[in-house]
Ligand binder design. Structure first.
Ligand code: IMP
Ligand code: MG
Length: 212
C-alpha cells in the first residue's frame, strides 16, 4: 500500500499566465499542484495500483475480466480519465453520481447517491476513484453501499486528501495523490458552483471569485 503521498510544490505560489482562457485564469489566486506534478503522480499511482490489482486477481483466482473502476461523478471524471490510461490491464468502468454541495456552498452538506448503483460486483476487484477526500462522507456512503455486494476487494483512490481533522466519517483511502492544506480548491475535475472543472491544475480561487 501507499506510504505518504506526493509533494504539492509549495513554492509554486504564482499562477501561470500561459493558459489560454484568461477569463477563468483571472479567477485563480494561485496554483497548488501544477499539471506536471499531477501527471507524474497519476502515472506512479497507475503503476502501483495495476501491480496490486494484478496480485489480487492472481491471489483470489478472479478472472482477468473482473477489475472494475468506479469513478464518482462528477468530480472524479478528469482523474479517472488519466488514471485508467496509466493502467495497462483489462478493466471496465461504471460510474456513480454523488452530490454533496448544493450551489455555491464550499462545505459538504452530506452525501447522497443519485440514480442507480452498479450491480454484479460480487467477486470483483473494485477501485473507487474520486477527486478529493474531505469530510469523508461521500466515500463512506459509497463504501457501505458497494460492500453489500461482496466484491473480492474494494479500494479507494483519491487525487487529493485534506487534513485528517476535516473528517466526519471514519474512512481510509488506500491510494492518495497529494495531501493538501485545508483550502477550497478547483480544477482537474473539482468545481466551484459547477465551474473550473476543466482548469488543468489544482488551484485556489481568488476571494472575489467565491460567492458571486
Ligand atoms: P467529502 O466531504 O469527503 O464527502 O467530499 C465530498 C465532495 O466534495 C468531493 O467528492 C468533492 O467533489 C467535493 N469537495 C470537497 N472538497 C472540495 C474542494 O476543495 N473543492 C471542490 N470540491 C470539493
Ligand atoms: Mg465529488
Amino acid at each position: 500500500m501507499l506510504e505518504g503521498s506526493g509533494e504539492i510544490g509549495r513554492g509554486l505560489a504564482v499562477a501561470r499566465g500561459s493558459y489560454p482562457c484568461s477569463l477563468m485564469h483571472g479567477d485563480i489566486q494561485r496554483i497548488l499542484v501544477d499539471e506536471e506534478k499531477i501527471a507524474a503522480r497519476v502515472a506512479e499511482l497507475g503503476t502501483q495500483i495495476s501491480r496490486e490489482l494484478e496480485a489480487d486477481v492472481a491471489r483470489t483466482g478472479a478472472g482477468i475480466n473482473d477489475i472494475v473502476l468506479i469513478p464518482i461523478m462528477t468530480g472524479g471524471i478528469v482523474f479517472v480519465a488519466d488514471l485508467m490510461r496509466q493502467m495497462a490491464m483489462k478493466l471496465s468502468l461504471r460510474v456513480v453520481t454523488v452530490s454533496s454541495y448544493p450551489g455555491i456552498s464550499t462545505e459538504s452538506k452530506g452525501a447522497k447517491i443519485r440514480g442507480e448503483l452498479p450491480r454484479d460486483l460480487k467477486g470483483k476487484h473494485v477501485l473507487v476513484v474520486d477527486d478529493i477526500l474531505d469530510s469523508g462522507q461521500t466515500l463512506a456512503v459509497i463504501k457501505e453501499a458497494l460492500s453489500e455486494q461482496e466484491p473480492a476487494s474494494l479500494r479507494m483512490c483519491v487525487l487529493l486528501r485534506k487534513p485528517a481533522w476535516r473528517r466526519k466519517a471514519d474512512i481510509e483511502t488506500e491510494y492518495v495523490g497529494f495531501d493538501i492544506p485545508d483550502e477550497f480548491v478547483v480544477g482537474y475535475g473539482l468545481d466551484y458552483d459547477g465551474y473550473y472543472r476543466n482548469y488543468p491544475a489544482i488551484a485556489v480561487l481568488k476571494q472575489e471569485a467565491v460567492g458571486q
